[in-house]
Design a protein around this ligand. Structure first.
Ligand SMILES: [Zn+2]
Length: 163
């Protein structure tokens, strides 16, 4: 039973961290492509992280609640605790791609954001594989694909308006 409880919280932790890394990197790279002002980039990223962290925590609460209400549910985890794990892992994950903007300028800041995000994702993949699946390479390739796609979409949308 302890493992089951731990697993629910870990899922929130991993999901929040991963989603924050991927979406914030997409925002940073996308906004940077259009506007090089670091204040605007940081502001956009912070708005994304704060709004998403709340929305993901609420989503975590509601979806987990639905699972708990199933007739055969064996879940004994606390809904609030799961949401808090989601919220804080999102905040922490979301800050990682923002860090380079504070000490370098565009385009180096964007390149470093992607590098930071991939380091974060690979650490996560490694931990996740150790804890859950055991499939490190498969997870790494999946993560690379999803992260790369999100960054590419960010870049594409960020290039909509001609300079
Ligand atoms: Zn649960």
């Amino acid at each position: 039973m302890i493992f089951r409880i731990r697993q629910d919280y870990l899922r929130s932790l991993v999901f929040g961290f991963q989603d924050a890394l991927v979406s914030t990197t997409g925002v940073v790279v996308g906004i940077s492509a259009a506007i090089h002002d670091p204040r605007i980039i940081v502001l956009s990223a912070l708005v994304t992280v704060s709004v998403e962290a709340l929305s993901m925590a609420a989503g975590q609460y509601l979806s987990e609640k639905a699972v708990h209400e199933l007739p055969n549910s064996h879940h004994e985890d606390k809904l609030i605790t799961g949401s808090l794990f989601m919220f804080f892992s999102y905040i922490i994950g979301g800050f990682i791609p923002i860090i380079p903007i504070f000490f370098t300028i565009y385009p180096y800041s964007s390149i470093l954001s992607v590098v930071f995000a991939f380091i974060g994702l690979f650490v996560l993949v490694f931990l996740r594989a150790k804890l859950f699946t055991g499939k490190i390479w498969r997870s790494a390739i999946e993560m690379l694909f999803v992260g790369g796609l999100a960054t590419f979409v960010g870049l594409l949308v960020g290039s909509i308006f001609p300079k």
